[in-house]
Design a protein around this ligand. Sequence first.
Ligand code: NAD
Ligand code: TYD
Length: 352
Amino acid sequence: MIKKTILITGGAGFIGSHVVRRFVTEYPNYTIVNLDLLTYAGNLENLKDIEHKPNYIFERGDIADIDFVHQLFQKYAFDGVIHLAAESHVDRSITDPFSFVRTNVYGTVVLLNEAKNAWKGKYEGKRFYHVSTDEVYGSLHDGGFFVETTPYDPQSPYSAAKASSDHFVRAYANTYKLPIVISNCSNNYGPNHFPEKLIPLCINNIMNKKPLPIYGKGENVRDWLYVVDHARAIDVIYHNAELGETYNIGGNNEWTNLNLVKKLCEIMDSKLGRAPGESAQLITFVTDRAGHDLRYAIDSTKLMSKLGWKPSVTFEQGLDITVDWYLQNQEWLQNVVSGNYEMYYETMYKQR
Ligand code: NAD
Ligand code: TYD
């Protein structure tokens, strides 16, 4: 088995922690270095089941710190990079776009540049994998699906920053021949999802009988994928993708926000022994998100046909596992739902 040292950025976050767990457990011959700044979204509790494994190392640091990133590459001589670190919440990008430019754009360029310098054109066996989002393609209004060749049309500061980082990754491939691969995934859900995002926020609020804030009329559509299936796709792409290629990843699983929240209410009424329809009374329509994208829907035919990936769970199974995880990990929830978070709630959700 070939020994490799792989840098995973953002490994203390939601998706990153599932990717780190998968690589640490599936590939004992790899040393996995998790670089994470531990912002509000980074939580080492997400990794406590694997933190003592001999092939796992955590490094706290900022991807936008050129000297730090340089030292890290010198220290570990990475064979590959799987880059997930980012500011990831659209609503926060509307109130503070600069931190999205700093981390998502500048931080990505710092990593690309260091990989280029550290690998100095000796690219054999090396790979820089950038994990991106379907939101770079913009908003679908008239049916259809995002494919890998859909023109970029980002509509929020978050998606504009991710689109920009994707462009830089391709520019490094074109200009310096850096061996890159990119994937663009639809909305993820599952254990360890920070409760500012729709699904964990609603699970938490249903548990605590708090209002379930639906932006606008709840007609916006998202294509939901179980996070472990995203981590499986990242594994397959990292190992088998053709260099320079892009792969879309999605669940073929579209839901309007209102129907999704109603479904969650149904599941939780049954699990919590509440009367059918009880939790749905918590649904509250609030002011719409500025510039709210109407619909995202991914065509992942390329990934399925070329690399043989497909989702391993249905949405019903994934939601069931997810709700059970939150019910059984209330301490995790309490630890992340801090006093600051309550204040954030108040400014973010203006009830109609
Ligand atoms: P997240 O917000 O849960 O985690 C982001 C992680 O990055 C956190 O651990 C945070 O501490 C770390 N981080 C932030 N700034 C940093 C910096 N300057 N230096 C080092 N670490 C830093 O995000 P997520 O939902 O897990 O998303 C991970 C990646 O996947 C992102 O690049 C995101 O754009 C992409 N993505 C997310 C989704 C989704 O549905 N959540 C879908 C498609 C793609
Ligand atoms: P979110 O989980 O923030 O992901 P994204 O904006 O990246 O798709 O939001 C998912 C959808 O849910 C999106 O259409 C916005 C909507 N939404 C609400 O209606 N209420 C909420 O409180 C949140 C956080 C999101």
